[in-house]
Design a protein around this ligand. Structure first.
Ligand code: SF4
Length: 348
């Protein structure tokens, strides 16, 4: 880096260009004394992990209108929260969300601890979330490093060590820049810079407030950074989903075990997911195979689900799972892969 990146240039830029987000307090409101609600900042940060701002907004609105405070969320039924989270993915986050809300309600009288250490002591809050909530909700000089910040730091310093090896170096660089003044706005400003100007493919260096300090801009290497180690190819797993419908319209569903993929979510009973899934129908029936597969990609593998459907009489008892009658069944309560299977089956 040629000069230390002038933090105030970035903050000036943020004052004019901060993205509007439902959980965010704008720089002008901050100056006027408005303080963020730690519950909303925490909720948004948990939702934003591995997910885009655009995908999170509608979920955030639903959660904050149904459960406006952490005490309300703590008192919610598990099944209602899991259903409201359906489609957002990474379902362990929803289970941890509830655990954390209940710990705040029961052990902290509904008030989030206002230190990084206090936040870290809560279930489901790791170093990233603790730093983000400390900085954004409590304006503490904690360093928040997400993918946007890593990219900006790599370019600002023309750092060519590939990710993920470069993570500690980039974190150190980000820490060195974190100011004591307005650290919350600063944390959000770097993320906004990465999301809107210093974007992965075509950074808009011409309008960047850090251009004169940026080593990659000077070297002409911005678009090649950050370097990344080649990704491993994802394997493909196969599975079978059984969608049984009773003659009264009720669907046979099964709640998945809390531990593991899609843990705690409602779904279609099915086989194991692997190289050669074994038939394991949840009820005796004449199964028909839908002529298309439900395909979905998880973090570590692609899944191809064979979808089988059957119509069963009222008096046929399932071997596992429970029939959910129509008024209580909503496909939006299902995780995305299960919804894809439903979309294929309902038209078959
Ligand atoms: S000058 Fe370009 S590469 Fe450097 S921080 Fe700004 S947008 Fe990113």
């Amino acid at each position: 880096m040629r000069d230390p990146a002038p933090v105030h240039d970035l903050l000036d830029w943020y004052d004019r260009n901060a993205r509007r987000m439902p959980w965010r307090i704008s720089p002008s409101d901050r100056r006027a004394g408005v303080r963020p609600d730690p519950y909303r900042i925490w909720l948004s940060e948990v939702m934003l992990q591995q997910t885009t701002v655009a995908a999170v907004k509608s979920y955030y609105e639903v959660f904050t209108s149904r459960w406006p405070t952490v005490i309300d969320l703590a008192a919610a039924e598990d099944a209602d929260v899991m259903a409201a989270w359906a489609g957002l993915g990474y379902y362990a986050r929803a289970r941890n969300l509830l655990k954390c809300a209940r710990a705040v309600a029961e052990d902290h009288a509904g008030v989030f601890p206002d230190t990084r250490e206090g936040l870290l002591s809560l279930p489901g809050i790791g170093p990233y979330t603790a730093a983000a909530v400390s900085a954004i909700a409590f304006d503490l000089p904690e360093t928040v490093v997400d993918g946007n910040v890593e990219r900006v730091m790599a370019r600002l310093h023309d750092e060519h060590t590939p990710l993920p090896t470069a993570k500690p170096i980039l974190t150190q660089m980000a820490t060195a820049l974190t100011p004591q003044d307005r650290p919350g706005d600063y944390a959000q400003a770097v993320m906004d810079l990465g999301a809107t100007i210093c974007t992965p493919r075509k950074p808009a260096c011409g309008i960047c407030p850090w251009r004169t300090a940026c080593a990659a801009w000077e070297a002409g290497t911005a678009a090649d950074l950050p370097k990344k180690l080649p990704k491993k190819r994802k394997p493909t797993r196969l599975g079978i989903a059984y969608l049984a419908r009773r003659v009264d319209g009720a669907w046979l569903l099964e709640r998945r075990p809390d531990k593991g993929l899609l843990g705690g979510m409602l779904g279609w009973p099915g086989s194991d997911w692997g190289e050669a899934p074994q038939e394991d129908p949840p009820i005796r029936a004449e199964w028909r195979e839908v002529p298309a597969e439900a395909r979905h990609t998880f973090t570590h593998f692609h899944l191809r689900l064979t979808v089988k459907t059957a119509l069963v009489p009222m008096d046929r008892a399932p071997l596992r799972g429970d029939f959910v009658e129509l008024p209580d069944f909503s496909p939006t309560d299902l995780p995305t892969v299960m919804r894809k299977a439903f979309d294929l089956a309902k038209d078959a």
